[in-house]
Design a protein around this ligand. Structure first.
Ligand code: ADP
Length: 358
């Protein structure tokens, strides 16, 4: 079918090209030879693709188009193609015509790269969205003030207070983003210590109390379990995670509501939990709630903003998850809409001989 020269060159290439997929086709776009990795990507069951047309084998019009272009122009051609089940993998494709007829096609898997690009795009879009709302408010308020249409002091004061509040939201957003990126990148080194869980709980209760009081939500520690244990964790990070959970327990609650913080032993871990009798998380959202920027619904966030309970960018739980992961722990929730939620974070349990510098 093909001249031995191209076959020999192809075999040599096949042996050398590490991750890339190589396919040798003739001028009629029929497969002469392909690397072993080609079969799993084919739209057909056949393990040998020899003799099949490129289109029949892979079911990809974009791959076929690159090959056609290379054959008709007689010049090296590049493009991109989706292959695999439901086009799940994305490839950069190069087709190089051979002097003695046919083409060598080289397919480089860029699925991961495309995924990273998409995540980055979503991230920028989300941040822009979160920045736009407070910025628009600040601009409107400042414009009204500088236009001179408002000249009574109480209203001017009120506008200034609103500007201050929006600026606080922006500052909080920036802090959360920085925290998240530090923890995600693994740049923050954990200073692990063997901690008394009941002390950790007591400290969080004290620190969240002023916010809870303002919202008329009661906050209390659960009684300590009978058996003793120590948690091996970075005290600042663990408190930050629990404060985020406790703050949510207050934010997504109602006046007269209650938040309780406790801990228990869960095998080789210590599980801290924050239980509230607030609005709960609808089941459909529970799977995604720890993703960054994820909010159950924006009107809830607005209602909460109106009660001035701090910004709501949907980053708090993502930070909690990352803190848990940095400790090789885990997070989770149990929640029922209209009844309440229990959010938990697990960190390793310190053994008696645990090295606190771990
Ligand atoms: P946010 O800054 O919006 O509070 P989080 O990441 O902390 O961001 O929470 C994500 C979303 O999960 C919130 O917008 C809210 O809808 C929901 N949520 C979090 N905690 C609770 C809770 N204790 N009760 C009900 N809903 C909650």
């Amino acid at each position: 079918m093909t001249d031995p020269t191209s076959s020999a060159a192809f075999e040599a290439l096949l042996a050398r090209r590490g991750g890339d997929l190589l396919i040798l086709i003739d001028d009629r776009l029929r497969i002469v030879r392909s690397g072993a990795e080609a079969a799993p990507l084919a739209a057909r069951r056949e393990t040998s693709l020899r003799g099949m047309s490129l289109l029949a084998a892979f079911g990809s019009a974009s791959l076929d188009a690159v090959a056609r272009q290379a054959v008709s122009s007689g010049a090296a051609t590049s493009g991109e193609a989706d292959l695999g089940r439901l086009g799940a993998r994305h490839f950069a494709v190069d087709a190089v015509p051979l002097v003695d007829g046919g083409l060598v096609m080289s397919l480089h898997d860029i699925t991961a790269l495309r995924r990273i690009e998409r995540v980055r795009r979503d991230f920028v879009a989300n941040i822009s969205h979160e920045l736009r709302t407070p910025l628009t408010s600040i601009k409107l308020l400042a414009e009204t003030l500088s236009s001179g249409t408002v000249d009574d002091t109480p209203t001017m004061r009120d506008f200034a207070t609103q500007i201050e509040r929006e600026t606080d939201h922006l500052a909080q957003l920036v802090d959360e983003l920085l925290d998240l990126s530090m923890i995600e990148s693994g740049e923050t080194k954990l200073a692990l210590e063997a901690l008394d869980p009941q002390e950790v709980v007591a400290d969080v209760v004290v620190r969240i109390s002023p916010v809870a009081e303002r919202s008329e939500v009661r906050i209390s520690p659960l009684p300590a379990p009978a058996s003793e244990a120590r948690a091996l964790a970075d005290p600042a990070r663990l408190s930050q995670a629990l404060l985020n959970l406790a703050h949510n327990g207050v934010k997504y609650n109602h006046p007269g509501g209650e938040v309780r913080i406790g801990w228990e032993i869960a095998d080789d871990r210590v599980r801290f939990s924050v239980t509230d009798d607030g609005m709960g998380v609808p089941e459909a959202h529970q799977g995604r709630i720890f993703e960054r920027f994820y909010k159950v619904d924006r009107s809830r966030a607005r209602e909460r903003d109106a009660r001035d309970l701090g910004g709501s960018a949907g980053l708090g739980l993502a930070i909690v998850r990352h803190i848990a992961e940095a400790h090789r722990g885990a997070v989770g929730l149990r929640s029922e809409e209209g009844i309440g939620s229990t959010f938990w974070i697990e960190v390793p349990r310190a053994t008696e001989h645990a090295d606190a510098d771990g």
